[in-house]
Write a protein that binds this ligand. Structure first.
Ligand code: HEC
Ligand code: HEC
Length: 325
């Protein structure tokens, strides 16, 4: 019996060691085989650069994540900050640092091909083939919008600023090894989407560009998988320590009881979005969104009126550090 137990323990120890080895050699594996770098060249013209800039500084809010926290007040005010990365994300899976996306060759994206940038935006796969956590849900963007963003990135002046690599904890490594997949467009990406104040364009902005759905739907914070009803909110932004604010995204479906904007008129919605942030530390990119024009805001409002009403109360949406225990 004793001998049997010893053998069993030895088998378990070997299995754990094997598993750890597997995790440590695979959590950062490259998926270049499944997602080869597309051989494309983006034709750059001034219309694309201007459109890419509008998307990047407005609805797609790239600067919100690709600049250090000290620059956030400038991003909020609409100033053009150098997108040198350095924003730190403290997540249950470890600490992530956003990379420098200026055109510096050594520390930024200057040395990456159009295909590498295209693959990143379409599939969430980095230049070196590593899969990213789904923080940038741009994979269903139109071809024209992806090309415009690449054209705009190419126009950015190079700024040399190295940023550290991510530090994943054991949970992070296990999740990356076994659960994380590259992203796929939800349907064949359109060549071009007409910018108009229509429900269709609102859906496109919300789901492919501005990530309203990504934050206003409950998610599994370890894998990013959607676990709640679309737009019913409930996603939690919280740090393990008590020194930070806790946020829970509000329900923005048209449910008359629990939908936070169910009794707002289109004008009230536009005014609220233009008004910018009320809570200084809210993760919502209020600054970039406050620069959306009437066409985009009307489209968003009209689309949000059409989503399925869900009764779900996520209050309190905001909890101050002092109220946490
Ligand atoms: C919610 C935050 C967030 C937003 C918004 C965001 N990014 Fe990122 N981005 C990140 C993080 C974090 C990484 C690193 C991801 C990883 O390695 O898992 C990253 C990685 C990248 C990379 C990969 C660089 C490489 O090494 O291959 C590029 C390019 C990039 N982002 C461009 C953009 C552009 C362009 C936009 C706007 C259209 C944007 N990002 C918006 C957070 C964000
Ligand atoms: C990065 C996550 C994130 C994204 C992206 C995001 N939101 Fe939010 N949103 C929040 C959080 C957190 C709150 C609650 C705190 C606050 O009001 O700032 C919030 C609050 C709101 C509110 C309530 C404001 C109020 O006055 O009570 C509305 C309306 C809203 N979001 C709409 C949107 C729309 C429309 C989009 C897409 C254009 C969007 N959000 C994208 C996280 C996000």
């Amino acid at each position: 019996m004793k001998r049997f137990l010893l053998v069993l323990l030895a088998v378990i120890a070997v299995a754990i060691a094997g598993l750890m080895y597997h995790v440590n050699t695979n959590f950062n594996r490259s998926v270049d085989d499944q997602y080869p770098i597309p051989d494309i060249t983006v034709e750059v013209d001034s219309a694309k650069i201007a459109h890419g800039k509008y998307l990047a500084l407005g609805p797609a809010h790239c600067a919100h994540c690709h600049s250090p926290i000290e620059s956030l007040p400038d991003v909020e005010m609409g100033k053009e900050v150098d997108m040198t990365g350095g924003f730190v994300f403290e997540l249950p899976i470890g600490t992530l640092h956003s990379p420098n996306i200026t055109s510096d060759v050594e520390t930024g994206i200057g040395g990456y091909s159009d295909g590498q940038l295209y693959r990143m935006l379409r599939h969430n796969v980095r230049h070196d083939g590593r899969i990213c956590l789904e923080l940038m849900p741009f994979f269903s963007m139109s071809e024209y919008d992806v090309e415009s963003i690449i054209a705009f990135l190419r126009s950015l002046k190079p700024v040399k600023q190295a940023r550290p690599d991510h530090e994943y904890n054991l949970l992070g490594k296990v999740v990356r090894t076994f659960a994380l997949k590259a992203s796929e467009p939800t349907s064949e990406p359109p060549a071009f989407v007409e910018r108009d104040s229509t429900i269709e364009y609102g859906r496109y902005l919300s789901e492919a560009v501005a990530n309203c759905r990504g934050c206003h739907t409950n998610r599994d914070l370890k894998t990013g998988a959607f676990i709640g009803e679309p737009y019913a909110g409930g996603m939690v932004f919280e740090d393990a320590s008590t020194q930070y604010w806790r946020y829970v995204t509000p329900n923005i479906t048209p449910d008359p009881e629990t939908g936070i904007m169910s009794n707002w008129s289109e004008t009230q919605f536009i005014e609220r979005m233009r008004g910018g942030r009320v809570h200084v530390t809210s993760p919502m990119p209020w600054g970039p969104f406050s620069r959306l024009d009437d066409t985009d805001l009307k489209a968003l409002y009209r689309f949000l009126q059409t989503v399925k009403p869900i009764k779900q109360d996520n209050t309190p949406h905001v909890t101050a550090p002092a109220e946490k225990s």
